[in-house]
Design a protein around this ligand. Sequence first.
Ligand code: KIV
Ligand code: NA
Length: 279
Amino acid sequence: RKKVTIGTLRSMHKKGEPITVITAHDFPSAHVADAAGMDIILVGDSLAMVALGMEDTSEVLVEEMLLHCRSVARATKGAFTVGDLPMGSYEIAPAQALETAIRFVKEGRVQGIKLEGGKEMAPTIQKITTAGIPVLGHVGLTPQRQNALGGFRVQGKTSSGAMRVLEDALAVQEAGCFAVVLEAVPAEVAAIITERLSIPTIGIGAGNGCSGQVLVQVDMTGNFPPGRFLPKFVKKYGDVWSESLKAIETYRDEVKSREYPAKEHTYPIAKEELEAFAE
Ligand code: KIV
Ligand code: NA
């Protein structure tokens, strides 16, 4: 597989070819995403919930993100890798953000970083991109600010709200982002924003008019117990939980019944050796 670079992404966008993005949080989840031909693998801070069992993304630390980024990077041969800067690691000043971004490249071994926010983050984005680190923007619903937004709410549902999302997207483009995630925005609004921008938009809950799509891997592969809440925009393409559950239950039953391990799962020993040993 040929390595996806910023240049590859730019030429896909120029040709109108959709950009495929998925999250991964460790070696196996990155391995399978890379094998499936994803263009970008994002180590999203959503791993706080889906991999670490935290209540929300505010709890995850830079060190924890870096550990997961490194494991993803080791498995990724083809996709462009992006690490998500966690809450508190970039908002204080552009210099703080650049310092964190550099750690993501040097220690996390990812190629680019993502950070949440619009206009107010422009100087920060500029600082990081000027240092040669590609930045993926993230506007619309920004989960790290859920407390200020009053929960996980659709953004840009009013004309003024839609205008704010457009202005944020334009600002992060101007600041140097190579692409921008549009999260939880009405499809028509996301389509218009996509037309107005010269960089690709990566939609999540933003309809089919974006330049690409991103989903959280454990959500789209169905790797979670039944009854868990799923946002409206998620399509469950698989049932990994059921597959794993079935496999582990069968293993349990076969151990209890001594059906496993069978002869073919064991190592042989020469008869004379065995006889000498067993005596
Ligand atoms: O953390 C994450 O997984 C994300 C994507 C869903 C965009 O930010
Ligand atoms: Na995120």
